[in-house]
Design a binder for this molecule. Structure first.
Ligand code: ATP
Length: 427
């Protein structure tokens, strides 16, 4: 049984005074306009979990834009409204409020409407993904702080269970599968056993053809953005058989250890979830096997950015060269060495976990030796020399590296001799 009193206490204890002040404004204005308004969704869930949120969703039984306009007279924040969706946003440096009119489009039988108290709210909550996101807290004075729980969300939050509201939910919107996995990691919850079955069954259908890649991409970005171990997230995706959402032909065979190796390499190189392409680096082990054959698909459907396309191109170019040269002495091939040198270090982290031989030996050898071939002479040193024309600096450095690569020179003195010879030949 939900205790209204307890939730009122929660509201007062858990919210910052500033946020309470804002909610009081919304409460007063709702009463003045005779509109029912509720705090809903993720922020109520977070409130109950003691996670501070300053991104709050308000559902209004009535005109949300009108309520928001009136509320903003007291807040004076930035104001945006979207007539088409009957929503409005108020934002300032402390808080963001999204106001939405309760949607009733799934209301199949209007005659039944008076039977449920808060029927508009009920319908709005029924459209949502998981029970844990369907809690509402009334903001009107006479019921301020009263929690409304149509689908057992309070209990699910208590036992940390992720559960959809009806069996076809995942089929209706497969991006919810990714959201479910995100909430497992973000909140430390667990997808209900029955839902795991629903997900697996949904994955048997050809959802791939109905999915919106734009939304899916945003959900993948969110899932990998909040700092949980991506290797564990990927293994969970594998367990639930959801790679098919990304592409039906994916074949994945990395172990958890390999993935962990990849992500700890990225971390040690300074790459993390603040990187714009982080989501790409996270799905790279998943899509690697079909990158070559489905290249155009990813560019078009997944709208890879310029940098993501560059990652793919460089990786493909190197793998292509490698496959052509593998029968020769790869450790003596300067062109191959330079191609790998031109690959961003984040992609090299990935190459390191590939188990294909002799590629794996080659990448490890490269990692060990790449600095050995670096000239001791710097570009700055060369540009300070009056006898070196600036146009030759790049060429000299490259040649020095090449000579070192082949073992023709090794010490700083060798380098000086080489440079002097180079200059005298050019002049
Ligand atoms: P967080 O703040 O951690 O991102 P959130 O629950 O606020 O969590 P949003 O993605 O901002 O997540 O979504 C806001 C609300 O919209 C959710 O609480 C959820 O009820 C609803 N929602 C979002 N995506 C879907 C979806 N695909 N299907 C149904 N409801 C959804």
């Amino acid at each position: 049984e939900l205790s209204t009193k307890r939730v009122i206490l929660d509201l007062n204890v858990r919210l910052d005074q500033r946020i309470k002040d804002y909610l009081e404004i919304i409460s007063n204005v709702s009463d003045k306009l005779s509109l029912k308004s509720f705090l809903v969704g993720g922020c109520v869930r977070d409130l109950l979990l003691n996670i501070q949120s300053n991104d709050m969703d308000i559902v209004v039984e009535g005109d949300a834009i009108k309520l928001a306009q009136e509320v903003n007279k007291y807040i004076n924040g930035e104001f945006f409204s979207y007539e088409k969706f009957r929503t409005a946003t108020i934002k300032n440096e402390e808080i963001k409020f999204d106001f939405a009119s309760a949607r009733t489009e799934f209301y199949s039988c209007p005659a039944a409407k008076p039977l449920i108290e808060y029927s508009d709210l009920h319908n709005d909550m029924y459209r949502r993904d998981f029970s844990i996101n369907t809690l509402a807290i009334s903001l009107n004075k006479d019921s301020y702080g009263k929690m409304i729980d149509f689908f057992g969300g309070y209990e699910d939050i208590k036992i940390k269970r992720i559960r959809v509201l009806h069996p076809l939910s995942y089929v209706e919107d497969p991006t919810r599968i990714i959201r479910a996995i995100r909430f497992e990691f973000q909140l430390g919850f667990k997808i209900d056993k029955a839902d795991e079955e629903l997900i697996k069954n949904a994955m048997e259908l050809k959802l791939f053809n109905v999915i919106s890649f734009d939304v899916l991409k945003e959900e993948l970005k969110l899932m990998f953005s909040h700092g949980s171990c991506p290797a564990l997230i990927i293994m969970r995706m594998k367990e639930l058989n959801v790679f098919k959402l990304i592409h039906p032909k994916i074949s994945f065979n990395f172990s958890l250890d390999k993935l962990k190796g990849y992500f700890s390499c990225l971390k040690s190189e300074g790459f993390g979830n603040n990187l714009k392409e982080w989501w790409f680096l996270c799905i790279l082990p998943i899509i690697y096997n079909i990158l070559k054959s489905e290249d155009r698909f990813f560019k078009r459907k997944w709208k890879f950015t310029k940098k993501e396309i560059l990652y793919v191109e460089k990786l493909k170019k190197f793998l292509f060269k490698f496959s052509r040269k593998r029968s020769q002495n790869i450790f003596k091939d300067f062109d191959l060495f330079e191609t790998l040198e031109g690959i961003p270090s984040e992609i090299i982290c990935f190459l390191k976990i590939l188990e294909e031989k002799p590629l794996n030996d080659y990448v490890l050898w490269f990692e060990k030796n790449k600095n050995v071939f670096k000239p001791l002479t710097t570009g700055e040193e060369l540009s300070n020399r009056s006898d070196v024309k600036p146009v030759f600096i790049g060429e000299i450095l490259k040649n020095l590296k090449k000579e070192k690569f082949f073992g023709n020179i090794s010490t700083y003195e060798d380098e000086l001799k080489f440079i002097n010879k180079f200059i005298s030949e050019k002049s």
